[in-house]
Write a protein that binds this ligand. Structure first.
Ligand code: ADP
Ligand code: MG
Length: 215
């Protein structure tokens, strides 16, 4: 279970999230929808432990992980995160990008797991390319492989199909939903596109100017 209790986030004078309370069950699929600037990315970053709330608390699996006075480190939260832009390290190849993430997380059996990820994400032939030699869809698959490298129980995806052509988007969505199904992972899926929200299914949480208007 992921619980947010009266979470508010300010950036200076900008109120990015305003008194948000939510409960998300283990294994639940949740789509977070809302117009640009409504606080979707801020919500994911708070849950991931990349931001400190201005007010309120967040707990994961019964443990309090974020308060205004401190946050537990992102890598201890059992979370895989794919950013709106793929955010690959440009000076590393595909395989180095994934391996470095696993090293950072001290994941055992890296060689086997690495092979499996390359296979699952259809990246074997691209293993030694650099990010600037990849298409948008390929780069996004690397970002997903990196996010899945520690078998996270919780997968946070920030508009993961942005700027992919329909074929790439369909393939990426298949990989995501398949992973969530097999691992019984909690999926928090941000999109502002209704069609995409319908395809993902699950519960809809709607944000507007930092507030939950439907949950
Ligand atoms: P969304 O992902 O729904 O487009 P965001 O969570 O990115 O929305 O942003 C919500 C609001 O917070 C916006 O007004 C945005 O400009 C502001 N914001 C987000 N991140 C920052 C930041 N690092 N510094 C200042 N303002 C920010
Ligand atoms: Mg965003």
């Amino acid at each position: 279970m992921i619980t947010l209790h009266q979470v508010t986030k300010h950036y200076g004078s900008v109120m990015s999230l305003d008194d948000v309370s939510l409960e998300i069950s283990a294994g639940e699929i949740v789509v977070i929808q809302g117009p640009s600037g409504s606080g979707k990315t801020t919500l994911l970053r708070l849950i991931a432990g990349l931001e400190t709330p201005t007010r309120g608390q967040i707990s994961i699996a019964g443990e309090q992980v974020s308060t205004p006075s401190g946050v537990t480190p992102a890598h201890t939260r059992g979370i895989g995160l794919v950013f709106q832009r793929s955010a690959l390290w440009p000076h590393m190849t595909v395989v180095q990008n994934i391996r470095f993430a696993m090293h950072e997380l001290s994941i055992p059996h890296t060689a086997d797991r690495l092979e499996q990820l390359l296979e699952d994400m259809m990246l074997k032939k691209l293993a030694n390319r650099y990010p600037n030699q990849l298409s948008g869809g390929e780069a996004r698959r690397v970002a997903l492989a990196r996010a899945l490298s520690n078998n996270p129980h919780r997968l946070l995806l920030d508009e993961p199909l942005t700027s992919l052509d329909p074929e790439q988007a369909a393939r990426m969505l298949d990989l995501i939903l398949n992973y969530a199904d097999i691992q019984q992972a909690t999926l928090l899926y941000v999109t502002h596109i209704s069609d995409e929200a319908n395809q993902v299914g699950g519960r809809l949480i709607r944000l507007q100017t930092g507030r939950v208007v439907e949950a």
